[in-house]
Design a protein around this ligand. Structure first.
Ligand SMILES: Cc1cc2nc3c(=O)[nH]c(=O)nc-3n(C[C@H](O)[C@H](O)[C@H](O)COP(=O)(O)O)c2cc1C
Length: 301
């Protein structure tokens, strides 16, 4: 066995394979296919204070090399997460659990962080700054750097565990966004979230999604994710969880080489629910066969 242990600052994973928020439910839905205790970490679906029913269907559309979604952060609220979802993960001692919060105001995020601070089964908190800030007319937090700074520092005040900030690549300057996030207290950055995109229904001649815009994910966004990781990793010494279109061991290697310290699997969980476990085995085999360590997977000039 190769050494797969991965340190993301204070967050220590048994291996660098993570599952992305919204694509792996609450973990337990996948236990028929996967031994959860072998995965580095799972990121839970974004949670809000109150339950949210999400957007009116259609909510997903297939694209030539990916999918678009307009789920609308459907979830049963933070109390359900605490009472039902976290206890179900109690038995998995090697698995790290990342809770993801997506409040619609700074106050809602503060409240979520304060509540999750008390939850022992939560090993790290991921703050989704791509979701709409109601106080700013629904514009994503990540487009407003002073608000990002305030949001992260306030959440930082409430949550003492490892704090991950999830960045979007659709901002004008992701390096600046990373800088502000780090200054405000992010210990780990995860990137990228889905890319805003659109679809048209030619029969009705209407926009396919009721809200117009949906989030594109999957292999189509992989090169965008690679550039975002490269840009951030070449400016800052901060642990990075790379996300975006990973579908094979080659993709995992590309992400690690370009600067990610861990790799998160999103849309591909829908196509192959075993993929996270398979990628762990394939990474192990690759390192053994090539007599390499994880630390040696770096970009050569
Ligand atoms: C159906 C679906 C639901 C998602 N829900 C969330 C969410 O609740 N919170 C979040 O931070 N990201 C969410 N994402 C974004 C993913 O976590 C990930 O950042 C993105 O899909 C890019 O990775 P991928 O190309 O491997 O899917 C969702 C993605 C999909 C496809």
């Amino acid at each position: 066995m190769a050494e797969l242990k991965t340190k993301l600052g204070r967050l220590e994973l048994q291996n660098p394979i993570v599952t992305a928020s919204g694509t792996f439910g609450y973990g337990t839905e996948f236990t028929d296919f996967v031994d959860l205790d072998r995965i580095g970490a799972i990121t839970l679906k974004s949670v809000t204070m109150e339950a949210k029913i999400g957007n009116i269907p259609p909510r997903i559309a297939e694209t030539p090399s990916g999918m678009m979604n307009s789920i609308g952060l459907e979830n049963n609220g933070i109390q359900d997460l605490i009472k039902r979802r976290l206890p179900a993960l109690e038995g998995y001692k090697n698995l790290k659990v990342i809770a993801n919060i997506a409040g619609h105001s700074i106050e809602e995020n503060i409240e979520c962080a304060r509540i999750l601070e008390k939850e022992k089964r939560v090993d790290a908190l991921e703050l989704n700054i791509s979701c709409p800030n109601v106080a700013a007319g629904g514009l994503s937090f990540c487009f407003d750097l002073p608000v990002v700074e305030k949001l992260i520092s306030k959440v930082r005040d409430e949550y003492s565990g490892p704090l991950i900030v999830k960045l979007s690549a659709s901002v004008p300057d992701i390096v600046k966004l990373a800088e502000v996030s780090i200054k405000a207290g992010a210990e780990i950055l995860s990137l990228i979230n889905t890319i805003p995109a659109m679809e048209v229904d030619i029969t009705s001649r209407k926009l396919f999604f009721k809200r117009g815009v949906a989030g594109l994910s999957g292999p189509a966004i992989r090169p965008i994710a690679l550039k975002a990781i490269y840009d951030v990793a070449s400016h800052f010494k901060i642990p990075i969880i790379g996300i975006g279109g990973v579908s094979s061991i080659e993709d995992v290697l590309k992400f690690l080489i370009i600067g990610a310290d861990a790799v998160s699997i999103g849309m591909m969980n829908f196509i192959n629910p075993k993929i996270a476990e398979t990628l762990i085995d394939e990474l192990d085999e690759y390192l053994n066969t090539n007599k390499l360590t994880l630390a040696e997977l770096t970009l050569q000039s």
